[in-house]
Design a protein around this ligand. Structure first.
Ligand code: URA
Length: 210
C-alpha cells in the first residue's frame, strides 16, 4: 500500500537532467521521454509473474521462465502521456493501448473532467499501467485512475517522469493501492501549478506547440 518508487538509476537521472534543460529541443525531448519511460517501465514491470516452461535449445532441454498471468494495458493520459507509449511498448509489445483525456476548467476551481475515454474492451481483465509525464497536483491522475477502475480494472500502476510531493500525496490519499513509479521527485508546485524546478510544459515540449 502507498508504494512510491523513485527510479534513480544513473541513466534515468542523466536523461531527466537533459529533459529539464530549456535548451533541449522537441526532437531530443521526445526521444528522451521515450527512453526515460522505457527505463522506468523496466522497474514497473519487475514484478510481472513468471511461469516455468521447457524450451529445446540447440544443446539440451532448458527449464526456463516466461511471463505469465494477466495481460497489460498501457493507458496514456492525453496529451503528454502519448510521448511515453512507445517506450513501454518496446518492453511489452503485446500490451493493448487505451487513451484518457482529462480537461481542467480554470474558471471552475481547476476542476477536472474526462473528455475522452477509449480503453480496450477487455480492460477489466488486464493490469493497467497509466502514463502521465508529470505528477503535479495529481488531479488528472486521480480522475484517470477513477475512470479505469470504473471499467472494472483492479490493478493500476502509475508511471511519471517527474513528480512532486503534493501530487504523490493526493493520488495516494484517494488511491493507496496505486503504485507510483517516477524518475525524480521535485520540490513542489509554483503558483501556476507547474512543478518546480520541473521541465516546463511537457506537452508543449513534446509536440513543439510553444
Ligand atoms: N504539467 C506540465 O506539463 N508541467 C508541469 O510542471 C505540471 C503539469
Amino acid at each position: 500500500m502507498k508504494k512510491l518508487i523513485i527510479c534513480d538509476h544513473p541513466l534515468i537521472q542523466h536523461k531527466v537532467s537533459l529533459l529539464r534543460d530549456k535548451n533541449t529541443g522537441s526532437k531530443e525531448f521526445r526521444e528522451l521521454v521515450n527512453e526515460v519511460s522505457m527505463l522506468i517501465g523496466y522497474e514497473a514491470t519487475r514484478d510481472l509473474p513468471l511461469k516455468e516452461v521447457s524450451v529445446e535449445t540447440p544443446v539440451a532441454i532448458a527449464r526456463t521462465n516466461v511471463i505469465s498471468g494477466r495481460k497489460l494495458a498501457i493507458v496514456p493520459i492525453l496529451r503528454a502521456g502519448i510521448g511515453m507509449v512507445d517506450g513501454l511498448l518496446a518492453l511489452v509489445p503485446a500490451a493493448k493501448v487505451g487513451h484518457i483525456g482529462i480537461s481542467r476548467d480554470k474558471r471552475n476551481d481547476n476542476s477536472v473532467s474526462v473528455y475522452y475515454n477509449k480503453l480496450p474492451s477487455d480492460v477489466a481483465s488486464r493490469d493497467v499501467i497509466l502514463l502521465d509525464l508529470m505528477l503535479a497536483t495529481g488531479a488528472s491522475a486521480i480522475k484517470a485512475i477513477e475512470a479505469v477502475k470504473q471499467q472494472g480494472v483492479s490493478s493500476v500502476k502509475l508511471i511519471t517522469a517527474l513528480s512532486c510531493p503534493e501530487g504523490v500525496r493526493a493520488v495516494h490519499d484517494q488511491h493507496p493501492d496505486v503504485d507510483i513509479y517516477t524518475g525524480a521527485m521535485d520540490e513542489g508546485l509554483n503558483d501556476e501549478l507547474y512543478i518546480t524546478p520541473g521541465i516546463g510544459d511537457g506537452g508543449d515540449r513534446i509536440f513543439g506547440t510553444k
